[in-house]
Design a protein around this ligand. Structure first.
Ligand SMILES: [Zn+2]
Length: 223
């Protein structure tokens, strides 16, 4: 009596993934479980096909197993999902139901912030259009805020897509990078970890900006 014959679901999504991986990778088998923000990947060497119970029973057993059984298994966590949930600390500037804005921990310039949907989507291509729009509309509002409240003389809005384009966190986000006439990055060392006092100052300024009726209207997409 194996898990296949006992299964309520018959051949389900997990098994289909295993079969696909078998097809594409040959000597390795894997199970991927995608929860929002939590990617669990189990890769098992092909030698397991030799042992009893049969590999497919084992695969289904692992697929249905509670998370505690995944100890020791490679788990890639998403830091932006953890920020959205509040389980990872961040210098948050603004948030609503869909969008969050927080400081880049390793800013390129003074006032460098990130705008991201709270929901997990890997990159701009995989994000639903209305959230892409909202992220850029909110980025535009905070770019304006950087000129009016942080002292920037210009700003860049950019999203990196794919590791070859410099994407490091695979949760869609838009950078707002203020620029300054007295040098590109303002009064910080680019890409050094932000200090607490600079972060507190920048958060205060952006939060003040987020009360400004003009910025509020831009965040809402009304102006
Ligand atoms: Zn995420």
């Amino acid at each position: 009596m194996g898990f296949i014959s006992n299964s309520d679901h018959g051949i389900d999504a997990g098994l289909m993934v295993v079969m696909l991986i078998k097809f594409f990778y040959g000597s390795f088998y894997g199970i991927f479980l995608d929860d929002p923000g939590l990617r669990v990947c189990i890769v098992i060497g092909s030698f397991l096909i030799q042992i009893k119970p049969s590999f497919l029973d084992l695969a289904l057993m692992l697929y249905k197993a509670p998370p505690a059984l995944y100890l020791g298994v490679h788990m890639a966590r998403c830091v932006f999902c953890e920020i959205a949930r509040g389980s990872e600390s961040s210098w948050k500037v603004y948030e609503d139901q869909e969008i969050m804005v927080f400081l880049d921990r390793y800013p390129i310039s003074y006032g460098h912030i990130l705008v991201a949907p709270k929901q997990h989507y890997e990159d701009v291509v995989r994000t639903p259009p209305h959230l892409v729009s909202r992220a850029f509309v909110v980025a535009r509002a905070f770019g304006n805020a950087s000129m009016r409240y942080i002292g920037a003389t210009g700003f860049r809005i950019v999203t990196n897509t794919g590791s070859s384009a410099g994407q490091i966190i695979f949760h869609f986000h838009v950078h707002v990078i203020p620029r300054y006439s007295h040098g590109d990055s303002g009064p910080i060392e680019p890409r050094a970890e932000i200090s607490d006092d600079i972060a507190e100052r920048v958060v205060d300024l952006y939060r003040k900006a987020a009360q400004d009726p003009e910025v509020v209207g831009m965040i809402r997409g009304e102006r």
